[in-house]
Design a protein around this ligand. Structure first.
Ligand code: NAP
Length: 558
């Protein structure tokens, strides 16, 4: 069957049995591309999006300083030459408003909005095995049936806020960075407190220090922030990028991180400490993920000796930048090796911020927060009066947004029950007992360890090919086998166990949310290895999945 025949066949089938061929949840990078590809296949698709616009994470995270750590020329779609030829990024790293503008531009160029239901939250999804269909319900009472249910909810979309006593008594204003008001917050001259020093907190703190009357940072664990070296993109530089885009994409797709850095120049093996230092110094000046890529990340994250040199190198940089030695020591991370937690970037002299008289650092590991009072924050040692309290406390990562939807698989099995001991998937794409459900950048896929658009494109294209294959071959159901799922989870854990990830308490392992099972969630083998595995699975007639011929489906009694 040609693509055209598939198109005709599937459109017909949709009108006969279900409301849609596919329902996609989320209109960020993944949901938009998924809609585009399925439409090209001729399928009828409905996207549900909680926000009133496209953008996903970039729609919600509007806090001051929000910016992406991937370089802008690769933080975009590579599948459509017109899109990347027409769009021009203004800086080396894209700021949130510009990324949001880009995704709006892409949605318009591809004419995507007409299939997106905005301000619509999916509240439940349940699977019927006889019909091989999903029933999706929304908060405003809509109920639709679909053959395929595709999650594009993102990995970092369900905010996590610690449950401090007394927050309801606070007389100032409080906000979570991931739900920042669209019309902004007036922080000028205010006494601002911020809890959290992850990637978000570090961006927020650097950006806000000069605006707030006084900024109090409540830090539990210090982090290794590497300078991003952001700057405007010059016209000649952009010209060079444009001329080389084909090669850039090729290299990014076939790299570990989904970034086009040269893999040949970065072995640390056999180098002396002084030689390693020289390379690190050079990469420190280049900034951003090029620093992590000074040496092969797989090596940095698995070789304790190399990692110790790098970690100490950054610690020294922090000590050099902070004037007060006591404050400097509080900012120096000693509890985990570099990279075992997601390494944040420093856009705006983060460490220098602590040399200001109007910024204070409170160590809440030493003196934990006991409660929020009407006036501010109380710790075991002191009280801090605030006008505005900001939670930069991160996300219920990787699983939170999926579990928020009440997804039920075969025989009503709740996803929450299946994942009671932590998420399990096959390839991060599908699950046993949950046929015809695809998860874009789901748990146990490379996702957050890579440049996200590269991983998203790979998943969307794989899912599209899989659905086209099913329609061509006459299958109505696809389901990961229990064995393949088990093996995949073991393989992911084994790779992670050989790296240094277990030496940090992090959201990679679900450990930032009290009570959440601790399991390393992203696939740590890199995008290149993962892509190869997915391609082999597809070539081998979707090895590890079970496919059911539509003719074998039980007939529904009238
Ligand atoms: P995060 O990395 O999980 O950081 C949360 C912060 O809140 C940590 O410092 C944590 O301390 C602190 N915290 C949590 N509960 C606390 C409590 N009860 N008391 C005191 N402190 C508490 O979250 P995030 O900064 O939002 O970043 C999450 C991820 O989003 C990043 O790792 C990154 O992948 C992505 N992101 C990317 C960018 C970018 O590309 N520029 C920007 C922002 C976010 P502990 O460390 O002690 O737990």
């Amino acid at each position: 069957m040609s693509d055209g025949d598939v198109r005709e066949a599937t459109t017909e089938r949709a009108s006969e049995t279900t409301d849609f061929d596919a329902v996609v949840v989320g209109a960020g990078f993944s949901g938009l591309y998924m809609l585009h590809r399925l439409r090209e296949l001729g399928l009828s698709v409905r996207v549900y999006e909680k926000g009133d616009g496209v953008g996903g994470t970039w729609y919600w995270n509007r806090y001051p300083g929000a910016r992406c750590d991937s370089e802008s020329h690769i933080y975009c779609y590579s599948f459509d030459e017109d899109l990347y030829e027409e769009w021009e990024w203004s800086e080396r790293y894209p700021e949130q408003p510009e990324i949001l503008e880009y995704l709006n531009f892409a949605a318009d160029e591809l004419d995507l909005r007409r299939d997106i239901a905005f301000e619509t939250e999916v509240t439940s999804a349940s699977y019927d095995d006889d019909a091989a269909t999903w029933t999706i319900e929304t908060a405003d009472g809509e109920r639709v049936e679909t053959r395929f249910f595709i999650s594009a909810v993102g990995c970092l979309s369900e905010p996590f806020k610690p449950d401090f006593d007394g927050l309801d008594t606070f007389e100032g204003e409080w906000y979570h960075t991931a739900r920042w008001p669209h019309d902004g917050v007036d922080l000028d001259g205010q006494r601002v407190g911020v809890i959290g020093t992850g990637s978000t907190g570090i961006q927020f703190i650097s950006e806000t220090a000069s605006r707030a009357g006084h900024l109090t940072v409540f830090q539990r664990t210090p982090n290794y922030a590497v300078p991003a070296r952001n700057r405007p993109l010059e016209a000649e530089e952009y010209e060079e990028i444009r001329e080389n885009y084909d090669a850039i994409w090729e290299q990014a797709r076939n790299s570990r991180l989904g970034m086009p850095f040269d893999p040949d120049e970065n072995s640390a093996r056999g180098l002396s400490e002084a030689e390693i230092h020289d390379i690190l110094e050079d990469r420190w000046q280049q900034g951003g993920f090029r620093f992590l890529h000074a040496f092969e990340p797989g090596h940095v994250l698995s070789n304790a000796d190399t990692n110790a040199i790098i970690s100490e190198f950054i610690r020294e940089k922090i000590r050099e930048r902070v004037d007060d030695p006591d404050t400097a020591e509080k900012l120096v991370p000693t509890d985990h090796p570099y990279g075992a937690k997601r390494p944040p970037m420093d856009y705006n002299d983060y460490y220098g911020t602590y040399n200001r008289d109007d910024v204070s650092l409170v160590d809440v590991e030493e003196n934990p927060i006991t409660e929020i009072t009407p006036d501010g924050v109380r710790t075991t040692a002191d009280e801090y009066d605030l006008d505005v309290l900001v939670f930069a406390t991160g996300f219920d990562a990787m699983t939170g947004a999926l579990l928020a939807m009440d997804i039920r698989g075969r025989d009503g099995l709740p996803l929450e029950e299946k994942w009671a001991d932590g998420p399990t998937t096959y390839l991060g794409l599908g699950m046993h007992d949950f046929p015809n459900l695809f998860t874009i950048t789901g748990p146990q896929s490379p996702s957050v360890l890579t440049n996200m658009p590269m991983s998203i494109e790979q998943h969307v294209e794989w899912i599209t090919d899989c659905i086209a294959y099913m329609d061509r071959e006459g299958y109505d159901r696809i389901e990961a086998t229990a064995e393949s799922e088990q093996q995949w989870v073991s393989q992911t854990n084994m790779l992670a166990d050989n790296m240094l990830f277990s030496e940090a308490k992090s959201w990679y392992r679900g450990e930032n949310v009290p009570g959440k099972p601790s399991i390393f969630t992203p696939f740590p083998g890199g995008l290149e290895m993962y892509r190869g595995i997915c391609e082999r699975v597809a070539e081998d007639d979707y090895d590890g999945f079970e496919l059911r011929e539509a003719t074998d489906a039980p007939t529904v009694e009238q």
